[in-house]
Ligand binder design. Structure first.
Ligand SMILES: Cc1ncc(COP(=O)(O)O)c(C=O)c1O
Length: 341
């Protein structure tokens, strides 16, 4: 069903009204996750579902702290945005990035041993976007943290607001880590531009919430339009094999950016996964070297992301980008880097 069709029917329902549209959207979302018998709640923004996941982890475990990686961006407001140290333990994994013992990452490592797992009710993991700078934490570390959190009965909440729906070449960013979340927060790509988000959870978590009589209500919960959009997006991604397409194009773009970078001293790094890629330009922190590149690319018809403070150009194109457009972008980027040299 299309958004237009649904607009002519019911566009809003109170949260107490059950709707088959929410059921259909939940079935679609759960078909993309490892727990197809789970439960879903639909809201409007990524921040809302992350914050709800945080509230649930706190409510069900009654422990004072949650764990997250220090460089993660989780939400625009609430506990997940503020990450006050009285409520959060922030794990600084910079030292783990090039760890010579990464393959043997374990609870024995002093960095992990320092984490107060007995006081931690959950690990809120954002798999790689690191606030738009694309930082991909090591797989062994994430598995060690997951194991340790579970050993003290904590939950795993994954924030897939940016990394979900094929952005990293798979349905979800957590799939690159071989972990099993209890709750998954979804946004952005779920609506393909329309404001709908979803918190998906295992059946066991749903049952615990019912038993504990956990209460949460918002005006636009399970909004009919949002639910129709979410289901349509998932059906389209699957029918048109867009994830596979995005994964292939991501490899072409990453290789292409690396070869453009090879002959340019100004480029200090190119990193990414799927169609979530950044190119880092050395401005030595003094000068904004990125905005002129961004503007010149825009003049040539290419709208990319940029993060001047981090010296980054960001490439997060839609999964449908064509290889011709990728070629054009690489040519334009080579030219503008030449101009600025
Ligand atoms: C990883 C991550 N989590 C949560 C959010 C918040 O989502 P929203 O802006 O839809 O509230 C964002 C937004 O950029 C994000 O990148």
């Amino acid at each position: 069903m299309s958004l237009h069709t649904q607009l002519g029917r019911v566009s809003h329902l109170g949260y107490r009204v059950e709707s088959f549209l929410a059921e259909d959207a939940a079935v679609a979302v759960l078909s993309t996750l490892p727990f197809s018998d789970g439960k879903c709640l639909f809201l409007a923004s990524g921040s809302e579902v992350v914050e709800l996941g945080v509230q649930i982890a706190r409510g069900l475990t009654a422990k004072p702290l949650l764990l997250s990686l220090a460089d993660s961006y989780l939400a625009a407001y609430g506990s997940a945005a503020k990450r006050d140290l009285s409520e959060w333990h922030l794990f600084d994994w910079r030292g783990c990035a090039n760890c010579s013992r990464a393959a043997d990452c374990s609870e024995e490592c002093p960095r992990v041993r320092d984490v107060p797992f007995d006081r931690i009710g959950g690990f809120v993991f954002e798999p790689g976007n690191a606030g738009g700078t694309v930082r991909l934490p090591p797989r062994g570390l994430i598995q060690t943290l997951e194991r340790s959190v579970r050993a003290s009965e904590g939950l795993v909440v994954v924030d897939e607001v940016t990394t979900g729906f094929g952005r990293t070449g798979l349905w979800y960013g957590f799939e690159h880590y071989g972990i099993s979340p209890d709750l998954v927060a979804l946004g952005k790509g779920l609506g393909n531009g329309y404001p709908v988000s979803c918190l998906a959870m295992t059946r066991a978590i749903g049952a615990r919430l019912e038993k504990e009589r956990f209460h949460y209500a918002q005006s636009h919960q399970d909004n009919p339009l949002g639910c129709v959009v979410a289901k349509t997006v998932i059906d389209t991604l699957r029918r048109e094999r867009l994830m596979e397409r995005g994964a292939r194009t991501g490899e072409v773009l990453l290789d292409g950016l690396r070869s453009v970078a090879r002959s340019r001293d100004a480029v200090t790094d190119v990193r990414g996964r799927g169609l979530m890629i950044v190119l880092e330009v050395d401005g030595a922190g003094k000068k904004d070297v990125v905005t002129p590149l961004f503007r010149k690319l825009l003049d040539r018809g290419f709208l990319v992301g940029c993060k001047p403070a981090a010296g980054l150009l960001r490439f997060y194109p839609p999964l449908v980008i064509s290889e011709d457009d990728v070629d054009g972008l690489l040519t334009a980027l080579g030219e503008v880097l030449e101009d600025e040299a």
